[in-house]
Design a protein around this ligand. Sequence first.
Ligand SMILES: Nc1nc2c(c(=O)[nH]1)N(C=O)[C@@H](CNc1ccc(C(=O)N[C@@H](CCC(=O)O)C(=O)O)cc1)CN2
Ligand SMILES: Nc1nc2c(ncn2[C@@H]2O[C@H](COP(=O)(O)OP(=O)(O)OP(=O)(O)O)[C@@H](O)[C@H]2O)c(=O)[nH]1
Ligand SMILES: [Mg+2]
Length: 449
Amino acid sequence: MTQSPRRDTIAAIATAPGRGGVGVVRISGTGLAELGLTLAGKPLKPRHAHYADFRSSDGELIDQGLALFFPGPHSFTGEDVLELQGHGGPVVMQMLLRRCLELGARLAEPGEFTRRAFLNDKLDLAQAESVADLIDAGSEAAARSALRSLAGAFSGEIHTLVEQLINLRMLVEATLDFPEEDIDFLEAADARGKLASLHGQLQKVFGTARQGSLLREGMHVVLIGQPNVGKSSLMNALAGEDVAIVTDIAGTTRDTVRELIQLDGVPMHIIDTAGLRQTDDTVEQIGIARTWAAVEKADLALLLIDSREGITEHDRDILGRLPERLPRVHVFNKVDLTGEAVGHAEEDGHAVLRLSAKAGLGLDELKRTLLDMVGWGGTDAGVFLARERHLDAIRRAASHLETAALVWQQVELFAEELRLAQNALASITGEFSADDLLGEIFSRFCIGK
Ligand SMILES: Nc1nc2c(c(=O)[nH]1)N(C=O)[C@@H](CNc1ccc(C(=O)N[C@@H](CCC(=O)O)C(=O)O)cc1)CN2
Ligand SMILES: Nc1nc2c(ncn2[C@@H]2O[C@H](COP(=O)(O)OP(=O)(O)OP(=O)(O)O)[C@@H](O)[C@H]2O)c(=O)[nH]1
Ligand SMILES: [Mg+2]
């Protein structure tokens, strides 16, 4: 990273909006010892908690609280950081914040503290992203994984790969100077073996990162089928509450209904849809159009079928219209009426389940099948939280390595593919990152983070 420029002083309320026992105003910048002295009325010893009176410019008491001073570079942002821990009411916090602004700070933008930590090399980009993911974690599994990324587990894997890639590049680039011997030299140095090993390791990291991204993003599971087969009943059974209306009238669900559930700590967005049929009803037609729109965005489809009827001509039409890429499960519902056993089977290359949404039979098998199908390994042990952006970068790196393996005899092309693979990996930790990417990432943080 280049020499860090002096940045202006920023301030924000770091604690959640609303009322709380304690609230924190955080300030980052330069020359904060002086600001601390003015605000707290006494010199602040680095990294010590001082009980102090926070006063306004005319000496009026704003709050009595704790002041902490972290001189740069030994702070969260790497700059001087001052923390004012006051009573956690919105009015007190606003008054404290306003006092900081009066003393020369400006209001921080979303994510700006973490952005500065990144710019000052306190965190790399993957770690900075994991700060937001830790705060947003929707389950303990997601929180543990985000913390692993924050502690550097993911970045460490990427660094190891980049280092090996650099070694291979040095080997390949060295041969560029001796064009007559290049291929023999690369053979002797086992460049192809090294490339294959790198590719293998990359695939492994991808697998773990994909698990992590499952925990972050969740999967979109769409329930589809003819009217009355029990889609909304299954939605309610999975959600554990009556989120969708159920009646014995065909065409009950008109709009898509979404619910976020957690299976084993893995978030799943379940989407109930309007039953598919020919209809003259305008509202229902719009609902059916929305069903197909939900199918387009789904990661997995559950096609519900009434066990008493089996797969009908109409179901085959629906199956024929599903996008080829979309994994699907045939769910035969209402087995309580047919007396068939619940359970899971594999038929013609797709999963088949028999269950009863209404009687609550076979739901555990359904949950297990869903987790299997999205590729959940069953535990978050060793998983680090990752984002689609990271998966994309790993995919790009892998594809450059694959091309490299094909063109290795043309050493210049080989070298170029390796360089591109390295750039793709380095974008994960932010060693090559455009400003607009940083803007995109940090703007999604909350203010004060
Ligand atoms: N009050 C408070 N609690 C907080 C934070 C904070 O900023 N303030 N954090 C904000 O996210 C998290 C903790 N993260 C932190 C990371 C680094 C440093 C820090 O002072 N680092 C120095 C010194 C390290 C050391 O003493 O070992 C450094 O890196 O040089 C502080 C907090 C969660 N809890
Ligand atoms: N016996 C039995 N009845 C069920 C079962 N699942 C759903 N039903 C009944 O079937 C009827 C239709 O259920 P819904 O869940 O509304 O069906 P749907 O697929 O959402 O229907 P639309 O919204 O109209 O597309 C209701 O009377 C449910 O109680 C089941 O497993 N067993
Ligand atoms: Mg319904």
